[in-house]
Design a protein around this ligand. Structure first.
Ligand code: SAM
Length: 235
């Protein structure tokens, strides 16, 4: 991967950046995504935010090497603290867990006033992000799922709006994604068949354990999730 040719995952994220946006890429690592977006003329300006010294230095090196210092500012800091209020209208956060992405958004809420679009790519637990979006007045606009190097990734795109709009069966759609359920793609089916197998394995272990209140509750939850996924995959 480089700034000419992104991974399929990051390219899919870049495809959702509205042309002409002022972008912040949080957890930017090598700043590949903002460099690509500026070089392709998708955005005129970007901030690459990084909290860890090593990746922050890599981002600075990459931006300098590409001669993009005028258009991309690399800032070191935690989550959205690298953005000034009103500075940005699109945020990308990719390659982290859903809970971390949701906590970055939660802690940086005061920076989201001017932001029109969030493009979020959790490696796990997209459900936590969907719940955060609902709780905070963001409407899910699109979802994508793709497989690369034997890993399956989800991309969630949200804008300020009516948070409950795409949801009809909340529990099911929070877990699996309202758009992804409709698309029922091969990657989606593969991901949830794998999850089902995992849950089934845990269920078997729990069947063989001492039956405490906790065990019984956990088994109930797992059975419900297996059933929920079965209904979606078999529709
Ligand atoms: N976004 C790139 C991608 O998708 O390929 C890099 C993903 S990398 C796995 C996650 C990056 O996020 C790391 O460089 C890590 O240091 C950074 N990170 C984690 N928590 C962060 C936070 N709270 N604020 C800013 N950066 C963070």
């Amino acid at each position: 991967m480089n700034t000419e040719k992104l991974s399929q995952r990051l390219e899919a994220v870049a495809n959702y950046i509205p042309s002409g946006s002022r972008l912040a890429d949080i957890g930017s690592d090598h700043a590949y995504l903002p460099c690509y977006a500026v070089k392709r003329g998708i955005v005129p300006f970007a901030i690459a935010g990084e909290v860890v010294e090593g990746p922050y230095q890599s981002a600075k090196r990459q931006v300098k090497m590409e001669g993009l210092d005028e258009q991309i500012i690399v800032r070191k800091g935690n989550g959205l603290e690298v953005i000034a209020p009103g500075e940005i209208d699109c945020i990308t956060i990719a390659g982290m867990g859903g809970a971390l992405i949701a906590s970055i958004l939660e802690e940086g809420k005061n920076k989201l006033e001017s932001v029109k679009r969030l493009i979020l790519q959790p490696n796990i637990s997209a459900m936590t992000i969907r719940q955060w979006l609902i709780d905070n007045g963001w409407e899910l606009k699109a979802e994508e799922i793709l497989e690369e190097d034997e890993k399956i990734y989800e991309i969630l795109v949200a804008e300020k709006g009516i948070p409950f709009k795409p949801y009809k069966d909340l529990q099911k759609e929070l877990l699996l994604g309202p758009f992804l359920i409709k698309q029922l793609s091969v990657s989606f089916q593969k991901k949830w068949r794998n999850e089902q197998k995992n849950w089934q394995r845990i269920l078997t272990q729990l069947e063989n354990a001492a039956q405490s209140e906790d065990t019984i509750l956990k088994k109930k939850e797992l059975n419900e999730k297996i059933q929920m996924v079965e209904e979606v995959l078999n529709k």
